[in-house]
Design a protein around this ligand. Sequence first.
Ligand code: AMP
Ligand code: MG
Length: 385
Amino acid sequence: MKPEFPIAEALPELAYPARGEDTPSPELLILNEPLARDLGLDPSWLRSAEGVKYLLGQAGGFALAYAGHQFGQYNPLLGDGRALLLGTFQGYEVQAKGTGRTPFSRGGDGRGPLDAMLREYLISEYMHAVGIPTTRALAVLTTGRKIQRRMVVPAGVVVRVARSHLRVGTFELVRNNGTPDMQARLEEYAWSLFPGGVNAVAERQCRTVAEWMGIGFVHGVMNTDNTSISGETLDYGPCAFLDMHDPAASFSSIDTQSRYTYGRQPAILQWNLAQLGFSGDFVSLFSDALQQVFARKLGTPDPAKINEWFASLAGKDHTLAHASLEGENPQVIPRNFVVQRALDAANEGDLRPFEELHAVLLRPYEKPPAEYQQTAEVYTTYCGT
Ligand code: AMP
Ligand code: MG
């Protein structure tokens, strides 16, 4: 198999060839076989020793450069410090995260904890199941290493799939440090994949963030390097779902200023789109998107009813309040404590709770067993880097 890398051909200045580090005893824990087949990848090959090496980036790949505003501060060079692009298949990029150091790793080890990788798998596949634009998850592997984070934990790799990994931060890097020729090639490449330029990026992102508001998703780290051009939800580090509806909800241990709370997500999106150069009417674009989401969830397009409903949500369980309505509302979300319990078991080598939860989450409109619907009060996520 010879993967293609159209982004590296179009913008070689942004793509650094790199190889995944050796792994003591790698194991493929989870493979999304239907997704593999959609990509034209043979599941039995992916399960072979050669396939596993490929998924760990050991057959080579590319680390992509980008810049970005992190918590409002501009960082002129970020890039894939622990991820490698493995190729483009059927129009989708496959990228492995946690594969070891790259030219962009700075002080980091290029690795990631297994539980964070499983978390990304679970939540991104849930988002897909409820129709929210997102990267998908193809696989999770263990490497056989232990790494030091808050505790010593097993390391893992998640392999994810996106229409594109171009982000607002890619445009910031090229605008600030690229040549006019690079700028032209970036735009040609990006807008041939996604016609409509910056305005269409804004429309897609408004739709995505409006869906987050509908389902009670708090991304937690809406830096411009995590805001994709495709509109796909990108980077499931410290994200979490609301239990109680609360505009001030923030779960991430690294978001000490509460910049990325549930209620601030639209304003942050507006700010991020401004960094991309969007100068259209954000307020009307976003309110149209939000109106569409809540009209569907409430079964009425009446803006007065939607406003009244939104005001009545404070202090109620966001998911259960919606699930009690007629209309198109999920009965289940990846509840923080349930997810944590499954990840703790996985860290101890028991994948059964993860698999049970995964199966429940892939049928979001069915009433789950009661334990999956319990409301919790407080929760903190640790970004897992
Ligand atoms: P994230 O918060 O995952 O979007 O990462 C922000 C930046 O930090 C990106 O440039 C990552 O590649 C980099 N990064 C995160 N974790 C690590 C790590 N363990 N080693 C090297 N770079 C990392
Ligand atoms: Mg990121």
